[in-house]
Ligand binder design. Structure first.
Ligand code: NAD
Ligand code: LMR
Length: 329
């Protein structure tokens, strides 16, 4: 092992995604099999004991790449020297809570975390926000970290991407590995738009291979967009292992690069591409190389897709307006 350990901070470490995520990070799946990691876990004081329990189990895993675990209930300490920040911990929506209440509650979490990243993160820090509403929480954190390049703040739409790939592969009776160039546009919410018009299956256009516009509009899109609710209904809890898996995929690809002839979906600050207002953290098709991502340019967007992208982006603008009014960005 030649490399110095990479500091990976995970917030909400004692939660259900945390439990599914930490062992995979420790085993090398986040960054690669040559990269040792040091885990820095952030929890609220009441959950520190549970995080300590998870740390005992991590120790018992005897992971060769895991070079240390520290547990904090203070964001400034947890993000000191961080290279990869996984912001998972968030306030879930509870009965009677309106969207504005949720945004306000999460502002109380993502504002200080953004400030702590600004104060102490390593120069190469990469941030992935998983906690919902992920895109807008990422915007809040980013706006409190003015010294960190804005493009280091990303939000997770990879779970949606993976869900869409799996549904399309199932429909066409092909392997998931045969599906390329699928895109999630917009918000990680029910307005997201999973786009298969540029996707390829075995080298052929996926929408043509499906050949049934009503399946795309009435089954595929709502199935993917509402999959989170379907999981909650079925298991009585929101997705955890699949969310952790998507976080692993998001960071692994960001760090190690996407495959030739394919792309992935990431929630990233818009540069105005595809008519998405600059600065909104919206999902785009991206390729990655040498730790940087680039939006795939030049895709034709027809009226069907335009309408759906616009609807999701409109929701993101409304969320941004709401957190602006609350003084959170
Ligand atoms: P969970 O309730 O099991 O765990 C959340 C953890 O966060 C808890 O242990 C809690 O103590 C901790 N926490 C709360 N405030 C914190 C703070 N200020 N600092 C540090 N830790 C804090 O929830 P979960 O199932 O692990 O899900 C976490 C979040 O991820 C939720 O917001 C969920 O909606 C979201 N999620 C997003 C996606 C996605 O695709 N983007 C997918 C699944 C879940
Ligand atoms: C998901 O997509 O599974 C999560 O964001 C949970 C949810 O509330 O949908």
């Amino acid at each position: 092992m030649t490399q110095a350990p990479v500091n990976v901070t995970v917030t909400g470490a004692a939660g259900q995604i945390g439990y599914a995520l930490l062992f995979r990070i420790a085993s090398g799946q986040l960054l690669g099999q040559d990269t040792p990691v040091k885990l820095r876990l952030l929890e609220i004081p009441q959950a520190v004991k549970a995080a300590e329990g998870t740390a005992l189990e991590l120790e018992d895993g005897a992971f060769p790449l895991l070079s240390g675990i520290d547990i904090f209930d203070d964001a400034k300490q947890a993000f000191a020297g961080v290279n990869v920040a996984l912001l998972v911990g968030a306030r879930p929506r509870t009965k009677g809570m309106e969207r504005g209440d949720l945004l306000e509650a999460n502002g109380g979490i993502f504002k200080p975390q953004g400030e702590a990243i600004n104060a102490g993160a390593a120069d190469d820090v990469k941030v992935l926000v998983v906690g919902n509403p992920a895109n807008t929480n990422a915007l809040i954190a980013q706006s409190h970290a003015p010294d960190v390049p804005a493009d280091r703040f990303t939000a997770m739409t990879r779970l949606d991407h993976n869900r869409a790939v799996a549904q399309l592969a199932k429909k066409l009776g092909v392997a998931v590995a045969d599906v390329k160039k699928l895109t999630i546009w917009g918000n990680h919410s029910a307005t997201q738009y999973p786009d298969i018009f540029h996707a390829e299956v075995g080298g052929k256009n996926a929408a043509e291979a499906v050949g049934d516009q009503s399946w795309i509009a009435d089954e595929f899109i709502p199935r993917v967009a509402k999959r989170g609710a379907e999981i909650i209904e079925a298991r009585g809890a929101s997705s955890a292992a699949s969310a952790a898996n998507a976080a692993i995929d998001h960071v692994y690809d960001w760090v190690n690069g996407t495959a030739e002839g394919d792309w992935v979906s990431m929630g990233i600050p818009s540069d105005g591409s595809y008519g998405v207002p600059e600065g909104l953290i919206s999902s785009f098709p991206v390729t990655t190389k040498d730790g940087k991502y680039e939006i795939v340019q030049g895709l034709d967007i027809d009226a069907f897709s335009r309408e759906r992208i616009d609807a999701s982006v409109r929701e993101l603008s409304e969320e941004r307006d709401a957190v602006k009014q609350l003084g959170l960005v």
